[in-house]
Design a binder for this molecule. Structure first.
Ligand code: NAD
Length: 327
């Protein structure tokens, strides 16, 4: 397997090397293609990513990504959004399962996955900025809605076969369209479904998280609900994600470059390490993926955790402890 490695900026440069050291512990036959992409590259060269970078990425089977700081330029287009479009990574899969021993701000009994449409909706990139008005075009297509609904149904089929379609169809025509396409796909696949308005969902997810299994929604709603879910499992430092298309896949922690803690060596590497776990599952290395999950739970149980989880350990301490357990 050939993997493009993009640490990016800020804590991306700390958590991704830690996650890679865990991957290396398995001694798998993986060719790594390191790439410098992001704000630091923009500062040096005036561009955050080049066509050559994209060509190299397309020669790989998948991407491991850290985080990228948004470039402070009104004409900047997000690198991650560009990659999601270029590689057609239309399904953003974000699992939320509480890890043992992590203190939670809400009920512990839940295990759900947010399946976020990743290439259109509010992040279509079709925007106009004028002096007194700005427009963003929210694009929802039949093809985009149907394929994300198919992915969600496939996942639901492997789990409890329950799908929740989240939208704002009472206000937005584009969302009643999304809802109708999703319900059609769920019926065709024989998946039981219910619907929630996104505002009600934001509320109910905290009060009754155990009710949910697979949640499918549009781009912006999925972005916001998954940060809420991250708080429910104990913080952004614990949450991995997979961006999946029909040809490529990109794995990344859901957090950003965290400039407030970057350079201190205290970022939690678990989200990045669990992103490696998702990559290994994708590549069929199930045994290795399970051993990462067991080791992560064990180090938390042992209290070897970074300050975001109330500990005093560094990023490298945590990954070293995980590697020791794996070995
Ligand atoms: P952020 O996720 O970087 O940080 C939010 C808060 O969570 C901060 O207090 C941070 O210290 C904490 N945090 C995040 N990850 C952590 C970890 N692994 N361990 C411990 N604490 C962690 O979000 P932000 O501050 O809104 O964004 C910072 C920059 O990152 C911005 O430029 C933003 O645009 C960018 N961003 C990038 C991505 C990405 O590349 N996928 C995602 C979100 C934000």
């Amino acid at each position: 397997m050939k993997v493009a490695i993009i640490p990016g900026d800020g804590i991306g440069k700390e958590v991704l090397p830690s996650a890679l050291s865990v991957l290396d512990a398995f001694g798998l036959d993986i060719e790594k293609v390191p790439l410098k992409i992001g704000y630091d590259k923009w500062k040096k060269t005036g561009s955050a990513i080049t066509d050559d970078d994209i060509a190299l990425i397309k020669q790989c089977d998948c991407v491991l990504f850290g985080a990228i700081t948004t470039v402070p330029d009104p004409n900047y287009r997000s690198v991650l959004m560009l990659l999601r479009k270029e590689l057609d990574l239309y399904a953003n899969i974000r699992p939320f399962t509480p890890l043992e021993k992590v203190k939670l701000p809400c009920a512990r009994k839940f295990d759900f996955v947010i399946v976020r449409e990743n290439t259109e909706g509010m992040y279509s990139g079709v925007e106009e900025l004028h002096e007194d008005v700005a427009y963003t075009t929210r694009i929802i297509t039949r093809k985009g809605s149907a394929r994300i609904a198919e992915k969600a149904c496939k996942l639901a089929n492997m789990r409890k076969k329950e799908l929740t379609i989240v939208h704002k169809a009472n206000v937005l025509k584009s969302d009643s369209f999304f809802r109708d396409v999703c319900t059609g796909v769920a019926k065709k696949n024989g998946i039981a479904y219910n619907e929630m308005l996104v505002d009600a969902m934001a509320y109910d997810m905290i009060l009754h998280p155990g009710k949910y299994d697979v949640i499918v929604t549009t781009n912006l709603f999925g972005d916001i609900l998954s940060d809420e879910a991250a708080a429910m499992v104990g913080g952004l430092g614990l949450c991995p994600s997979a961006n999946i298309g029909d040809k490529y896949a990109l794995f990344e922690p859901i957090h950003g470059s965290a400039p407030d803690i970057a350079g201190k060596g205290i970022a939690n590497p678990i989200a990045a390490i669990l992103s490696v776990k998702m990559m290994l599952e994708y590549a069929g290395h199930t045994r290795e993926a399970i051993s990462i999950f067991i080791a992560v739970n064990k180090v938390i149980d042992m209290g070897i955790v970074t300050p975001d989880l109330g500990g005093t350990y560094s990023t490298i301490d945590v990954s070293n402890a995980i590697i020791k357990l794996i070995r």
